[in-house]
Design a protein around this ligand. Structure first.
Ligand SMILES: [Zn+2]
Length: 371
């Protein structure tokens, strides 16, 4: 199959997608993007279901065929970029790199999903097994609204392929990912005049500072566990003893045991200043995706299929999590990082390598055809 010939059509569809900006928190905007993927899916013969959502964009499920043993393609249609980003960061291609908000993460991945299916159709090589595409709308905020749907549909399929960007310039697929958690610590003290009644006050910022140092020290690079207090606030003015302070942080880990260690430590924090009150919350968002026996089996099979098609794939990992973590946590076969290869995702420098756009489409078509 000649995938290079698909380039103009792929770039055209990608430009349409990128120019419909779709920040997660803007339901109407994400729905405009949803309408485009629904229309494209229908155009190539899918039965499309739009699943209405309350607070985020509507999820979309496109199905080609029915029955067991199918392959699920997963992609999110939201981006981290607010409306208007396009003005400073337009869609364009230069020297083999493609720029624009969400080009890498992960609108090019969505194009790959659709174009791989269309390529197989044109060649009469569509497999007998069903293919399903799931387009969810809140991945960039943790998939709190779409997790159940991802898990339910993944259970109906023999393999899930996730089209998140590839973070390795050598194109290595994501065969492991860290898990992610988050926490908040609130300290309650007592307000007082800093001059006239200093002794009567209880400084919440002071209390919280002790806790922040303890929590940051839970980082264990050897085990791949990192803690990042990323924001903090408290106090109102320098002449008031602050009654309140809060810190929020992010946890990354390679194993659920490590998450448990950190959660236990945070929930068991005790105040240092007498009478200060601490409130602690800690949750695991995406569980870790280890390179386990299931993953090894999936990668080896994909490797053989790719090789027959003249492609060489590599295995790699990532410190960030994706919806693949949810699927892997159910012990279901999954492979991630099938999107384009690039750098700078979630930043103005975001770009992907045009060659990888074509190559990943070829790889996806091979996996769909030969799995
Ligand atoms: Zn993404």
């Amino acid at each position: 199959m000649n995938f290079s010939a698909r380039k103009p059509a792929m770039m055209k569809l990608l430009q349409q997608m990128v120019e419909i900006e779709s920040p997660t928190y803007d339901k109407a905007a994400v729905n405009r993007m949803g309408a485009l993927v629904a229309r494209e899916s229908s155009r190539i013969g899918a039965k499309v279901e739009v699943l209405p959502m309350q607070d985020v964009g509507d999820n979309i499920v496109a199905r080609w065929g029915e029955g067991d043993g199918g392959i699920l393609l997963i992609g999110h249609i939201d981006t981290v970029f607010p409306l208007g980003t396009l003005e400073m960061m337009p869609f364009y291609e230069k020297y083999g790199k493609v720029y624009g908000p969400g080009t890498l993460d992960m609108k090019s991945g969505l194009v790959i999903m659709l174009q791989a299916i269309e390529a197989l159709q044109e060649e009469g090589k569509v497999p007998k097994r069903p293919i399903t595409a799931l387009f969810n709308t809140d991945e960039e905020m943790g998939s709190y609204h779409s997790r159940d749907l991802v898990e339910k549909i993944a259970k109906e399929h023999a393999l899930s392929l996730v089209f998140e960007p590839c973070e390795h310039l050598d194109g290595a697929l994501h065969t492991w990912r860290k898990g992610t958690g988050k926490f908040s610590i609130k300290a309650q003290g007592k307000a007082a005049h800093s001059g006239g009644a200093h002794r009567k006050g209880l400084n919440a910022i002071e209390e919280l500072s002790h806790q922040i140092v303890k929590v940051q020290q839970l980082t264990d690079y050897e085990k791949g566990t990192t803690i990042n207090i990323g924001s903090m606030s408290g106090g109102r003015a320098i002449n008031i003893v602050p009654a309140y302070a809060e810190a929020d942080g992010d946890i990354r880990m390679m194993s659920t045991e490590e998450y448990q260690r950190v959660e236990d430590a945070i929930l068991n924090l005790e105040s240092v200043l007498p009478d200060a009150v601490l409130t602690k919350h800690c949750i695991l968002n995406r569980p870790p995706m280890p390179f386990d026996a299931t993953m090894e089996g999936v990668f080896d099979k994909a490797y053989e299929i790719a090789k027959k098609d003249g492609l060489e794939i590599k295995a790699g990992g990532s410190g960030s999590a994706s919806d693949a973590n949810f699927v892997a946590n159910l012990k279901l076969p999954v492979l991630d990082g099938l999107g384009t290869v690039g750098e700078g995702f979630h930043s103005e420098e975001e770009y992907f390598l045009l060659d990888s756009f074509i190559e990943r489409t070829q790889l996806t078509a091979a996996l769909l055809r030969d799995w």
